[in-house]
Design a protein around this ligand. Sequence first.
Ligand code: SF4
Length: 426
Amino acid sequence: MADTDASVKMTPETGAGPTGNMQATAPSGTYFRKGFGLKSEIQAELAVDYTGQFVDMLLARDYTLQAGDVTIRLAKEFGFCYGVERAVEYAYQARKKFPDRTIYLAGEIIHNPHVNSKLQAMGITFLMPVDGRIDFSGVRPEDVVILPAFGVTITDFEVLRKIGCVMVDTTCGSVLNVWKRVESYARDGFTSLIHGKYYHEETRATASQAEKHPGGQYLIVRNMEEAALVCDFIEGRIDSETLLKRFAHAASPNFDPTRDLQRIGVANQTTMLARESLAIGELVGQSMARAHGEQYARDNFRTFDTICSATQERQDAVVELLREPLDAMIVIGGYNSSNTLSLAALCSESVRTFHVEDADDIDPVSRTIRHRPLGAKEEVEAKDWLPRVTPVRIGVTAGASTPNNKIGEAIGRIFASMGIDPKSVQ
Ligand code: SF4
């Protein structure tokens, strides 16, 4: 693709550009969302940084590796998703395209420490949010800012547009679909009830889409328990003050439960536990019907599953793997990676599960593992984590932001912890 093809001119005529954030004009050639046509030039670098030999072997052998008494089973969908692959690739292309410019990233490109440290080593500076806001005051018009796969809020986008810097937008298409949904709710006078984490970059960006229409509102619920509280209000069991107290941090400014919970549209952060998102939609729909009648609910309640297909496929694959007898599950991915946490939650229901952030959390010498138990805030170290009886079957999966080399490294360390030289695994 020619470089010029990849830039998008924002015009007043179109009003909205290819991403949900484009609201106004920007000079031609400052906004890029399709890379720079440099894929072939960065391919070798990406392969060195992120491919893994053990994963290649697993793929060639029906997701199974066996050595001695140890069998490793890999979930059939795992690791990098299409959105993450694209975001990382565009960041590498941006570095190649602008070798002499200052390049910033609006937050983390994805939630993976290995990928983020690679980008930092390439001289890309991360502008991390403080209290949910990113300080762009140091960005100059000649600088380049990469927008992450989760997207940014409409406020942040507008700040960058005014600066006039080059924007490389890697917002995932599946996130854009959720934005469209939320925007349509706001346009039609529905409040977006978003199943997500109020502090997560994607959910903050998604919620901000409601602000595109005057009076657009949102409320973010983390789980069934919080959704049930919303139902308590709808059905008159708690008052608006009680509800507001609980959700002050997770609702649009000036949110008024009495006014804003009359018409509700459900959406989700793309990486939540799919079955919980569906259950929340059902719960709230039924609550509306009980409170106001079936016809009212049909007219004033909408729900759409906006979990992305990559998240769904990884969750389905892990459910399938969990049907097999396993002695333990290793889930690899950032502790702040929402889709990895969803995978760890599913695994913890059926088998001893260790969520590790990186391969080196598994130490074959001391035979310990550093991991974060489900719901815990801190990492803990476990000794004797390996099953004592043989043969041993260990399941492995990884979140959408975990590269294959880190998955492979973790598998090598599992073998080594069981006394098997990873080099001997053929
Ligand atoms: S997890 Fe889904 S929404 Fe997020 S970047 Fe990957 S494909 Fe896109």
